[in-house]
Design a protein around this ligand. Structure first.
Ligand SMILES: *Cc1c(COP(=O)(O)O)cnc(C)c1O
Length: 353
């Protein structure tokens, strides 16, 4: 607490990202980063963008990237928005679409940034509890409220909603914006971006951080009706005209156009996920049906907090959430096959002790 902080700054409970340790080299499976490098075409485009033109401001409307993202989803540039990571896109969306006079609905177990944004913007969240199997009770996202947000697949449970379930949710809530955060959709789900032409209340948010291996570049995308995209641009242009730098713009365009590399690396992550899931089940773990690039696992005899600490001692970093209902689970990002073999070896050592 400082006397120099505004009442707003004093009231916040900021998001705590997964640790990026500097003490030694870990097998790092704690922040859902992609183990494979970005598309070589993206790296080349970025290297090419590092030149004297950096003295100039970037394109404030990011036209080329907006067009590449729109093409990728089969939508128009007017239905497309880009931002400095999807966290920024989400922050703009909270400000643009959610009514502070009414509760904003999201699952009780979900991406913890939502609660942080709700506080930042003076919104009152209403948390809808997942059932015991961690399924989202979609029928409870209804009635009088100020908007809905959820990830699909959900994080950290990794479970996927079918496109038809999203459609029902949109049908039931025509007067509110429904944000579907598709950070992990490329690892086994079907994007709701195809529903954008039908539902003016749908905003789909995606990121290049996970499936495109560009967490370090900070690029997020959003797809929605023209009126929603206009709303996002109103917030963005009241905040920062140049959210996307020249290097990010070039890298992101090249990444979105390199479909073959994207398919190849996401397929590798999915294959590794399936193999590792089978192995952890063999060790007596329970695992949710993951359609993301991470596993969400729990052991009936070994507390997750203990497994977390012992894995860390053995040089394997995973994510442990000390929060109600999920404090006996570990979230384990899918790394390379080699990294996952090290994880499995460490896990075997611990549970056979
Ligand atoms: C990783 C993640 C994000 C943030 O992605 P960035 O584009 O890196 O900001 C957003 N939502 C969910 C659910 C995530 O897991």
């Amino acid at each position: 607490m400082s006397k120099f902080w505004s009442p707003l700054a004093a009231s916040l409970v900021p998001y705590v990202p997964g640790e990026q340790p500097k003490d030694k080299k870990y097998v790092k499976l704690n922040t859902n980063e992609n183990p494979y490098p970005p598309s070589p075409a993206a790296l080349e485009a970025m290297a090419d963008a590092v030149n004297g033109d950096l003295r100039l401001y970037p394109d404030p409307t990011a036209d080329e990237l907006v067009r590449a993202a729109a093409d990728y989803c089969g939508l128009s540039p007017a239905q497309t928005f880009v931002g400095n990571g999807s966290d920024e896109v989400l922050a703009f969306a909270f400000a643009a679409f959610f009514d502070p006079a009414k509760p904003v609905l999201f699952p009780d177990i979900t991406y913890s940034f939502y609660k942080v944004y709700a506080t930042l913007y003076g919104l009152s969240p209403k948390l809808i509890p997942l059932d015991d199997e961690f399924h989202i009770p979609l029928e409870q996202f209804a009635g009088e409220h100020g908007g809905i947000i959820m990830p699909n697949p959900n994080a950290p449970t990794a479970q996927l909603l079918a496109l038809e379930e999203i459609r029902d949710l949109l049908e039931r809530n025509p007067d509110n914006v429904v944000i579907i955060d598709e950070a992990y959709i490329d690892f086994g789900g079907e994007s709701a971006a195809s529903l954008v032409p039908e539902y003016p209340n749908l905003l789909v948010v995606q990121t290049l951080s996970k499936s495109r291996s560009l967490a370090g570049l900070r690029v997020g995308l959003a797809f929605g009706s023209e009126e929603l995209i206009d709303g996002l641009n109103r917030i963005k242009n009241s905040f920062n005209s140049y959210t996307m730098d020249r290097v990010a713009l070039r890298g992101a365009v090249a990444s979105l156009r390199d479909e073959a590399y994207f398919r190849e690396t996401t397929a590798k992550v999915v294959a590794t996920r399936e193999r590792v899931t089978e192995q952890v089940l063999g060790l007596g773990f329970r695992a949710t049906d993951s359609k993301a690039n991470f596993l969400f696992i729990s052991h009936p005899r070994f507390p997750a907090s203990e497994l977390f600490a012992k894995l860390r001692e053995r040089g394997v970093l995973v994510r442990y959430f000390n929060s109600p209902r999920i404090d006996n689970y570990l979230r384990v990002s899918v790394g390379t096959d080699e990294e996952m073999d090290m994880f499995l070896a460490a896990l075997k050592g611990i549970v056979s002790d």
